[in-house]
Design a protein around this ligand. Sequence first.
Ligand code: ADP
Ligand code: ASP
Ligand code: MG
Length: 404
Amino acid sequence: MALIVKKFGGSSLATPEHIKSIAKKVVEDKQKNNSIVVVVSASGDTTDNLISLAKKMHPNPPHREMDMLVSTGEIVSSALMAMAIDNLGEQAISLTGPQIGIMTDSIHTKASIRKVKTERITCELKKGKIVVVAGFQGKDDQDEITTLGRGGSDTTAIALAIALKADLCEIFTDVEGIYTTDPRIVPDAHKIKTISYDEMLEMASSGAQVMQSRSIELASKYKLALHVRSSFNKKEGTIIMEEQESMEKVFVRGIVAAKDEARVTIHDIPNKPGVAAYIFGELGKEKINVDMIIQSSDHQGKSDISFTVNETSLLQTLGVMGKAKEHLKAKRVSSNSNIGKIAVVGVGMKTNAGIAGKMFEALARENINIEMITTSEIRISCAIRRDLCDKAIKALHKEFELGK
Ligand code: ADP
Ligand code: ASP
Ligand code: MG
């Protein structure tokens, strides 16, 4: 008897018919003598709709109230799924993150899991029930509801698979696996058979929406292999696993873009030790994730610092930078939200030179200006104009011959 954790994303649960058809497949698997935990996301665009509803009440809604609101989407899906399973003659029980005891820190809207209690789930599984868990949520020490950041149901599923020592963790979504780039942008993108945790992590944190990057960090830490596959057919998907020697033969595994970046610049700050530490320390206190950073060369004892943040953090960032401007007696703070980020990822880069040159040449041929650059051992990222991201993805996918 195997214990299987199956996660279904929102796009797979968009209508009651979708939910019923997934319930049928879950029941089939249960009847093969398996124990099943199902993790569900909010259906379709529910989370986006709840967020826009909140914005109608308040331009910058209190984060605690945001969590109260958006966590409801997953609860609705879990109850509907449990009903659909029950209707097929199998016993099921839906549980919220707080009910199970998914314990998190108190950083509302992007909480991290601290501990996962398993007693309740194990008890329900022993009774022969299919346990349906509302993904994306937990509670902190004060019993406040928290959520795990966009795409957080992936992290719920992986945390549960680890805590329950599951035999298998399957991530079902609306594409057939991990592709060389977003198949919605490049139709001839190629499905990848196996990908290392490091490559997937770089792709996820560079904007490949298909897996939440935190979920991959967790899977990697506990060496939990993941099978990412389609909700709509039984085809083999992609296995995310430890790096194998053969993976290094591929120079570039994938191309990724994030179209929701913003650049912030603080102009004419004193060019002396401690200034950068102050700015990024203040941003860190507010848990704002900064990505690319550049500092201009010295002009009469002054310099400028530019950095990118996710556009959703722009308002909060400008608040922090307004105070930094006063404190440092800077000239001004400016921002630009027409920024995207494009990245080329592959473990083969460790041993193969020349990828950066090839990337920059391909962008130059398309007349795309590179505004900032960062690299890791297995990734090269460039900030470019947001409206040029799709063009850049197509050009790079072709340049590195990643098509079918
Ligand atoms: P779910 O609702 O199942 O969590 P998401 O919308 O979060 O699904 O993620 C799936 C989407 O990720 C796909 O529809 C696809 O367009 C997008 N995506 C972006 N990059 C990739 C990639 N490299 N491989 C596969 N899908 C990708
Ligand atoms: N519903 C949440 C979101 O849209 C969590 C998830 O889908 O994993 O981000
Ligand atoms: Mg998702």
